[in-house]
Design a protein around this ligand. Structure first.
Ligand code: NAD
Length: 360
């Protein structure tokens, strides 16, 4: 099979980790007789420096012409005045929101899994960690308060600002379907997150999710308030299989879910819309503090490439091959600095990639 992949390496450690994922995909291509063609495009600080905007139209057009998109990370160092003084729509993060919306990617899937070999890195109590963590946050990505009407004005109390949370039946239906379909491939349980005791938009969310659930009698549905979910994720994460959320709730909860697994450098994510073309990226940022030092853990990006193989290209065996190689390297005791623990062998980012390539 021949596939054309747009690569948005981005900033900081972005180029190092996308290079690692490309090497892995090329190895898979050789082994299984596929041809992967990679086209490098600008987004983030690197795009601002060359073109004055975080996401040039050319990048959008080429992504739309691709079979799928691999993203590293975007963003400058905290305190970089040159970037931080830019208006909101010209900041690197604006590029991220824009590419998701331009590609119509309304669902963001963020698996949070505790790798048995890394159980020691889990910050939760041992008895809680031992029950296991294996959940996926399905987050609505192009609606809600991040895209709602916003503004500022002056009223009786002086200056004010507002942002609006708004969801339509259609928006909730399509994301709920993604969650129920995914639950069917997993442990048949969806927990839908809302704040229906306070927000009208959440009450609509809950109604719609229950309507969708009627088509999935084999999947159990639980409603949970967002504040309780934040607590349950640290108290008993084993109860969760698929966690269905709005844009803002998912933004917060998926970071929490990631942290309880112990390492931000291990977790992949995918964003999908109505077509097979997805955007695949690690959940971490551009880590400017370790950029260029060969310290970045490439596993999250390599596992994102595995998600692309499975979800966009239906290459199931190939995806499993990558995931097994990662597991084998961890079981053999190799660790990058971020996941290092006593008695293990510390390796550089590039060595980790090499070890994974050897096992494919
Ligand atoms: P970050 O995820 O970049 O880094 C947080 C910490 O985790 C740092 O100590 C970093 O060294 C470490 N880390 C992250 N990825 C790692 C990896 N693969 N291997 C080893 N260690 C790793 O978050 P931050 O420091 O808050 O943000 C830095 C920049 O990234 C900011 O400009 C922010 O806006 C941007 N950002 C981008 C994305 C994205 O592109 N999707 C997401 C989050 C943050």
């Amino acid at each position: 099979m021949k596939k054309h992949i747009a690569v948005l390496a981005g900033d900081g450690i972005g180029p190092e980790i996308t290079d690692a994922a490309i090497a892995v995909m090329n190895k898979i291509g050789e082994k299984y007789g596929h041809e992967f063609e990679f086209e490098h495009l600008l987004m983030g600080v690197c795009a601002i420096e060359k073109t004055g905007e975080p996401l040039p139209q050319y990048t959008i057009d080429r992504c739309l012409a691709s079979d799928s998109v691999l993203l590293g990370a975007v963003g400058g160092a905290v305190g970089d005045k040159r970037i931080e003084s830019l208006p909101g729509h010209l900041r690197p993060e604006a590029g991220l929101l824009k590419i998701r919306s331009a590609l119509g990617l309304y669902s963001n899937l963020r698996p949070a899994k505790l790798f048995p070999a890394l159980a020691g890195a889990c910050p939760l109590r041992k008895d809680i960690a031992e029950k296991g963590i294996d959940l996926v946050v399905v987050r609505e990505l192009i609606g809600g308060i991040y895209f709602g009407e916003r503004g500022r004005g002056v009223g009786e109390g002086g200056e004010f600002a507002y942002d609006t949370e708004k969801y339509s039946v259609e928006e909730v239906t399509r994301i709920a379907k993604i969650a129920f379909e995914l639950a069917r491939k997993r442990r048949h349980h969806v927990t839908s997150i809302d704040k229906a005791n306070v927000l009208e938009s959440s009450r609509l969310w809950r109604e719609v999710v229950h309507n969708v659930a009627k088509d999935y009698p084999d999947v159990e549905l639980t409603d949970m308030l967002v504040d309780n979910t934040a607590m349950q994720l640290v108290k008993n994460p084993a109860q969760f299989d698929v966690v269905l959320t709005s844009n803002i709730f998912g933004d917060i909860l998926s970071d929490e879910a990631a942290m309880i697994t112990g390492s931000i450098g291990m977790l992949a994510s995918s964003s999908l819309g109505a077509t097979k073309r997805g955007l695949y990226e690690p959940i971490h940022g551009s880590a400017p503090d370790i950029a260029g030092k060969d310290l970045a853990n490439p596993i999250a990006t390599i596992l994102s490439a595995a998600m692309m193989l499975r979800d966009s290209f239906d290459m199931i065996k190939e995806a499993e091959d990558v995931e097994n190689a990662v597991n084998e390297v961890l079981n053999a005791g190799y660790r990058t600095a971020d996941i290092m623990s006593e008695g293990k062998t510390q390796v550089k980012g590039s060595e980790m990639t090499k070890l994974i390539l050897e096992r494919i």
